[in-house]
Ligand binder design. Sequence first.
Ligand code: ATP
Ligand code: MG
Length: 267
Amino acid sequence: MSVLEIRDLHVTVGEGDDAKEILRGVDLTVRSGETHAIMGPNGSGKSTLAYSIAGHPKYTITGGTVTLDGEDVLAMTVDERARAGLFLAMQYPVEVPGVSVSNFLRTAATAIKGEAPKLRTWVKDVKTEMAGLEMDPAFAERNVNEGFSGGEKKRHEILQMRLLKPKVAILDETDSGLDVDALRIVSEGVNRTREEGDVGVLLITHYTRILKYIKPDFVHVFVAGRVVDEGGPELAAKLEDEGYAAYVKDSNEQASAEKAASEVVTA
Ligand SMILES: Nc1ncnc2c1ncn2[C@@H]1O[C@H](COP(=O)(O)OP(=O)(O)OP(=O)(O)O)[C@@H](O)[C@H]1O
Ligand SMILES: [Mg+2]
């Protein structure tokens, strides 16, 4: 049983006078066995949240806490976070020229487990998982993400998740750019992970179509760097029908009220 706890998280990007607060007090708890969907408008900070948890150096944590089973995630290096059981499937996976998929996966598994996986079982595991994701075995010898199509990159992210067996998996728009068959195949991969073990899943998405396959226990609405509403799966359907306009309006009003209040205080 694992718990990822995010409390009042504040994050900025940029340096000095250019620093801009993107996350403005995020509260979220993901327990193993639970699937949480995060939905929100473009630019609201969803990927920033994912990267901040994973430890991307571009983001500066200015307040709040993130813990995994009580351990301070923010004090960990990126490697330590992965070893602790955190996994991020990126919205825009990066190319790793000169490193084959098979070497990359084995190196990652070695780093996370602290010892190299036994070659024979490992090769078999990779084959099995690639077959499960209907990936051509030839991909194992290609350089990571180099020339991969959008959908192929997403499958490769899920392949990593299948092999690395995280405690908490953050999937940032893993559904974007997938054709209908790939969406089902990738979703089934995520669901196998959910069925096999006690993984907690944080699924960032714009579309309810993936939620037909991966049933969320909770849906969170993310606007302007905060969770502004929470509900069950029915909330996703409502968002798809009505959009975020009402939430954005409320959030803007709250932001101007906060700004006015701070000006009074500092005046
Ligand atoms: N290095 C940076 N410098 C300036 N602004 C940045 C930087 N990185 C992110 N931002 C800004 O932070 C905001 C949040 O971006 P983020 O990628 O987290 O949004 P998102 O909710 O994931 O959006 P989308 O749905 O389009 O993926 C955006 O306004 C973005 O331009
Ligand atoms: Mg994003």
